[in-house]
Design a protein around this ligand. Structure first.
Ligand code: ADP
Ligand code: TRP
Length: 329
């Protein structure tokens, strides 16, 4: 049976990008694989959250992911900091991670650009910790969105390097996963780029229907095509990209044909898109509040998850320590 691992930083509400980029793929695999899903609270410390808020953010992320379809019966769901074995593995792997390659990571360079006042060593070592999350369970697949591709490449590099240095075939090649297709990038509705928390352009799974309608109707458009089969400007391509992900294929084909013969009415298309998004989001939103209010259930989920995750992690750490020459007296 294949092992699948994924995680998310508890830094805000879950949006359509998180859902379609990562979670939906994970949920589809829950019955056919050995699945681990964790809330990456260690990773969120790189941006210094207020200690007062951290726990609530973790709880919120957990409740939203459960509402969106994570199943504690089939998936081991845990909080990253409940598995300090990950931190130990990260320390050990960091001995074979070179500062130069960490400095060249795209996400690190972006952080330097955006937050030049907070370039801490935790940010530099982010990919090593992420590799440890994945390798602690020796994952075969990691369902993530396109923005995580480079982190997955680095995970494989660290795994191969470990195997080569110690002459073992211990760590697998963990592959990003999106049901046999390219990784998904859900664009924003503000004209360019991806949908993201830090981009402030998210449609959230907790958004009420009216808010979703407003956000979609505000999406950037243009005057419309003036000749058949005209290439789309980025904001229009983005609306079509979201429709392709969310709506029925026939709906998408219908509006594409309208665009291609210059009969598109963006207002109609957006109304349809908003309703199709609501059809996905509303049932999830309705579950979020109930789950969030149920502290007993949440505690049961993470306690059972931590125990199962520890069993898998302890085995890995026993092996890794031995391979590296750390042995009991
Ligand atoms: P954000 O970018 O909003 O801060 P995270 O970085 O916490 O979100 O991402 C959590 C997961 O969601 C990752 O697997 C990431 O690849 C995926 N993800 C985030 N935004 C998108 C997007 N716009 N399209 C596809 N996947 C995304
Ligand atoms: N870096 C991921 C993100 O920003 C979150 C993450 C941390 C993760 N560790 C992971 C995702 C391990 C998959 C597997 O979205």
């Amino acid at each position: 049976m294949k092992t699948v691992v994924s995680g998310i930083r508890p830094t805000g509400q879950l949006h359509l990008g998180n859902y379609f980029g990562a979670l939906k793929n994970f949920v589809k695999m829950q019955n056919d694989a050995n699945c681990y899903f964790f809330i990456a609270d260690y990773h969120s410390l790189t941006t210094h959250p207020d200690p007062q808020n951290l726990h609530d953010n973790v709880k919120n992320a957990l409740a939203e992911y459960l509402a969106a379809g994570l199943d504690p019966q089939t998936t081991t769901i845990y909080i990253q900091s409940d598995l300090p074995q990950t931190a130990e593995l990260s320390l050990l792997l960091s001995m074979h991670a070179y500062v130069g390659e960490l400095e060249r990571t795209a996400s690190f360079k972006e952080k330097i650009r955006k937050h030049p006042d907070n370039i801490n060593a935790g940010l530099l070592c982010y990919p090593v910790l992420m590799a440890s999350d994945i390798l602690i369970h020796r994952a075969d697949f990691v369902p993530v969105g396109k923005d995580q591709e480079q982190h997955l490449e680095m995970t494989r590099k660290f795994a191969r390097r470990f195997n080569t240095i110690y002459g073992v075939e211990y760590f697998p090649e963990s592959m990003p996963y999106n049901f046999g297709q390219d990784l998904t990038k859900v664009p924003g509705l503000d004209g360019s780029g991806k949908m993201g928390k830090s981009e402030g352009n998210g449609i959230y799974l907790a958004d009420p229907d009216e808010v979703i309608r407003k956000k979609v109707m505000r999406a950037v458009t243009d005057q419309g095509p003036t000749e058949p089969n005209q290439p789309m400007a980025e904001p229009i391509a983005n609306i079509f990209a979201i429709m392709k992900i969310v709506s029925h294929p026939e709906t998408y084909d219908f509006y594409l044909a309208k665009y291609n013969n210059c009969e598109i009415r963006y207002g109609d298309m957006k109304k349809q898109l908003a309703e199709d998004i609501i059809a996905v989001v509303a049932p999830i939103r309705e579950r979020i509040a109930d789950i969030k209010a149920n502290d007993v259930y949440l505690r049961e989920v993470v306690e059972a998850g931590a125990a199962k995750a520890r069993a898998s992690a302890d085995e890995t750490m026993r092996n890794v320590r031995e391979i590296m020459g750390i042995k009991p007296f």
